[in-house]
Write a protein that binds this ligand. Sequence first.
Ligand code: NAD
Ligand code: WQD
Length: 336
Amino acid sequence: MKILVTGGTGYIGSHTVVELIKAGHEVVIFDNLYNSKEITLDYIKKITGVKPKFYKADMLCPEEMEPIFKENTFDAVIHFAGLKAVGESVKLPLKYYENNLSGTINLCKLMDKYGCKKIIFSSSATVYGSPASCPITEDFPNSTTNPYGTTKLFLERILSDLTVPDPEWKVILLRYFNPIGADESGLIGESPNGIPNNLMPYIIQVALGKLPELGVFGNDYDTPDGTGVRDYIHVTDLALGHVAALNRIEKTEGVDIYNLGTGIGYSVLDIVKAFEKANNIKIPYSIKPRRAGDIAMCYANPEKAKRELGWEAKFDLERMCKDSWRFAETTLRNEE
Ligand code: NAD
Ligand code: WQD
């Protein structure tokens, strides 16, 4: 199939592009490079032998996006482009609502105009808010605690609404849990700007000696060791989940929703220990107060994706830690 990947130079997008190409799909990427670099295209070529066609375009500017649809005929769109920093979204809500909502509406209008009505959307476990229990199934109630999460919930609704008057629209909403790790080549991975907010990128900065220690946000949660529990999933497994969703989308009637997680919950201290063991590097840490908005526990029931997509996560925590560190040593260390 010929696939348009928005946000395809970003962290999850680039890994998905690699797996799409390996599976024999033709890929076109657009990204405004706000949170990614064009050199990622060269790394994708090194890994797959193929350099995907790239458009530098902003989804807030329909005139920049329209040539992409004029010059190509797509079977489906995989939509990663968006802003994702939870803390920033609290400070700058309009920036998040404008970029994520207006941008996606612009994209959908063009998809409609050019007759490409299949979309796979990057949603998030954040739409489950503070879940009443774990593991979480797709029918759990939705709520959000920050504007970023609200953009995901609104976009799930907007995309679902498209399918009501027009059955040609087929929508798959993928709710990711906590992606970490990197392609085994060490060439592509996650490289956030500034001081990282998320756990694994922070651990990496400590391991590289760029930050002195990890702050563990709370050890008095109702979890086995008191620290927060999450469902960490290897980004390559997540990428393969998109390939599986693409194989399914023709059969989708209206909207399908899938959790993409492993079904296993690990605590912050489990991650620190696993990273230390996998890479033989000490990660100094100290206990800090809880971070505002954090929940105690969040992990998936991934059975629906297994049943309907024939997909399940394969890589274990040791592999996630090894691959995260390989990317840091191979590529991240050389970036300023
Ligand atoms: P990322 O920032 O690495 O990738 C997003 C890409 O979108 C970036 O390359 C950025 O430059 C691009 N982009 C942003 N605004 C754009 C615009 N207006 N026009 C064109 N391009 C634009 O993030 P990621 O971690 O790869 O996340 C991909 C998607 O998955 C996002 O929608 C994110 O919200 C969602 N998601 C991420 C996580 C996670 O933990 N990383 C979890 C759940 C969901
Ligand atoms: C994981 C655990 C922290 C940093 C976020 C978004 C969510 C989704 C994924 C996009 C928690 C603890 C962290 C640190 C720590 N993104 N921690 N010290 O909060 O589960 O999810 O990313 O959709 O929407 O909210 O991920 O990696 O920030 O935190 O102790 O320096 O690590 O308290 O228990 P989170 P995270």
